[in-house]
Design a protein around this ligand. Structure first.
Ligand SMILES: Cc1cc2c(cc1C)[n+](S(=O)(=O)[O-])c1c(=O)[nH]c(=O)nc-1n2C[C@H](O)[C@H](O)[C@H](O)COP(=O)(O)O
Length: 497
């Protein structure tokens, strides 16, 4: 066993060891491959870096990215000097805002969590969660699309009792909503995705565990209550043995659905996240590309995703069917032809999604694609929805129970919600996530009554007017760069002249 003293002598670029979770790693040859640049590692060379490591890296990031011969084994307990991570003025100001945030009972809707999270989250964390690709048009369209769908409520229906519970892939759920997969939960809260597991258990809502969770997969499955249903979101690894191991382990641990993410052969250019250059203090320090040629100077997203296989193709699905019996669902389908292909291949369903606008900008919203998919699969295969055999899910921009009800009316089995639960856990931890779920329950109760629907089955296509669904009015974003940098400079020059 290595002593902390011995590890401390390896604190240079020539020989750099670090300690993570009580284990010693030789990262000397990894320094220039580190997505956040070498500087941040050298700052902690020879020391225990766990506290700095945890919020940004999935637990197994170091073991999967470092060859086994660099894993030097456990460090002797009691021999390691504690690393004090100095509290910056920015962090002090943030903690001050956190202590002044409104009490939870003043939160009335899911938008409130976003407003508070923006105030109380660390800049890097907010950038990562809120970021979307390019001009973020799709991110805005995701919610805007719901504003183009109007209700045709029924009256004189006895709605004394209303019930919005449902089944998702054959499992009971208290509402047609699941907590979708979003990476790096510990950026927002030290308990990370555990907040989602625990709140989901209390409110009978399914959690989709992300490949890039901050918490380990087993930690999240161990934290589930008996009978609590969890799905797994999978980024397919270039190394198929790693993927096979993850999938078969998940099945053994009782995961009830494998959601294969298909809209991210490369993670999108999320410029707010990129500006953070994540952990590298000196941006020019951030390595342009590692030994595998992956450009790592693009913030956290790109940093943690170089393992994703851009070569994933339809033929791979037979391989998946051969390694698991879990229902297979494709997450990130964006046109009816691909939904039809997934149905013909006997998959259990698709998530009509553009990754929360974080991937291809100008991709259409999930709800608009839903309308197209339902009509085309009816025309081509005589299918009606919701459909037990082939479930349609939608995610992106869902912030109200009325958004969910619109999706259900149009044939969705259920809807995934992402950022609102992240903002809730970042502002109030598990209590925040529970409050968000309770708000949705309260909104369902009211809206089902006002719609004249007693149960989910009574929410039918005739209850919505979708005549405007495809008329996109993309608000052209202001040209910040020109307006702030160039235009004002010209004015300044003219003023001086
Ligand atoms: C907000 C967010 C979304 C992420 C997400 C991380 C964040 C912070 N990450 S990402 O880092 O790679 O982009 C994932 C992910 O791990 N895997 C995935 O399939 N979708 C990922 N998504 C997309 C997510 O599953 C939903 O499609 C999206 O969040 C739905 O939109 P709303 O946030 O508006 O509800």
């Amino acid at each position: 066993m290595l002593s902390g003293k011995e590890v401390a002598t390896h604190n240079t670029r020539e020989s750099c060891w670090i300690i993570v979770h009580g284990k010693v790693y030789d990262v000397t040859e990894f320094l220039d491959d580190h997505p956040g640049g070498s500087k941040i590692i050298l700052k902690y060379a020879g020391k225990d870096v766990t506290q700095e490591y945890e919020p940004i890296h999935p637990p197994d990031a170091i073991t999967t990215n470092l060859p086994p011969e660099k894993h030097l084994g456990p460090v002797q307990p009691g021999t390691v000097e504690k690393v004090e991570v100095a509290i910056t003025d920015e962090e002090k100001a943030r903690q001050e805002r956190m202590s002044n945030r409104p009490p939870l009972d003043e939160i009335l809707n899911l938008h409130d969590f976003e407003a508070i999270a923006k105030l109380v989250m660390a800049e890097k964390a907010w950038a990562y969660y809120s970021s979307a690709a390019d001009d973020e048009i799709t991110n805005r369209e995701n919610h805007a699309a719901y504003h183009r769908i109007w209700f045709r409520p029924k009256i004189m229906v006895d709605v004394t009792k209303v019930d919005w519970s449902t089944t998702i892939l054959g499992h009971r759920s208290s509402m047609p909503v699941y907590i979708t997969a979003t990476a790096l939960g510990k950026l927002g809260h030290p308990d990370g995705e555990l907040n989602l597991t625990r709140a989901g258990a209390k409110h009978g809502v399914i959690q989709m565990i992300p490949t890039l969770a901050s918490c380990s997969f087993d930690e999240l499955v161990d934290a589930a209550q008996p009978g609590q249903v969890q799905f797994l979101q999978l980024y397919v690894n270039r190394d198929r043995d790693i993927t096979k191991r993850i999938v078969q382990h998940a099945e053994k641990r009782g995961i009830k659905g494998l959601f294969i993410t298909v809209d991210a052969p490369q993670l999108g250019r999320r410029e707010k996240d990129m500006r953070m250059k994540f952990t590298a203090e000196d941006p020019s320090e951030v390595t342009k590309s590692g030994s595998d040629g992956v450009d790592r100077s693009k913030g956290a997203a790109r940093a943690i995703s170089s393992f994703i296989d851009p070569g994933l193709k339809w033929e791979d699905l037979d391989w998946f069917k051969g390694i698991t019996k879990m229902p297979l669902i494709l997450k990130g389908v964006q046109r009816w032809e691909d939904a039809l292909k997934a149905y013909d291949l006997g998959l259990a369903g698709v998530v009509l999604s553009n990754h929360g606008g974080r991937q291809l900008d100008f991709a259409r919203s999930g709800i608009e694609v839903l309308v197209e998919v339902v009509s085309k699969l009816k025309e081509k295969r005589g299918l009606t929805f919701p459909n037990e055999k082939f479930a349609l899910f939608v995610d992106g921009g869902v912030r109200r129970a009325t958004d969910v009800i619109k999706a259900v009316a149009l044939g969705a089995t259920a809807v995934g919600i992402g950022r609102p639960f992240l903002y809730a856990l970042s502002s109030y931890g598990q209590d925040g996530v529970e409050k968000a779920l309770q708000i949705l329950h309260d909104e369902f109760e009211m809206n089902m009554r006002l719609l004249g629907a007693q149960t989910i089955k009574d929410i039918t296509p005739d209850m919505v007017d979708i005549s405007n669904i495809s008329s996109h009015i993309a608000s052209i974003p202001g040209d910040k760069l020109y307006d702030i940098n160039y235009e004002s400079m010209q004015h300044a020059k003219l003023r001086q002249a």
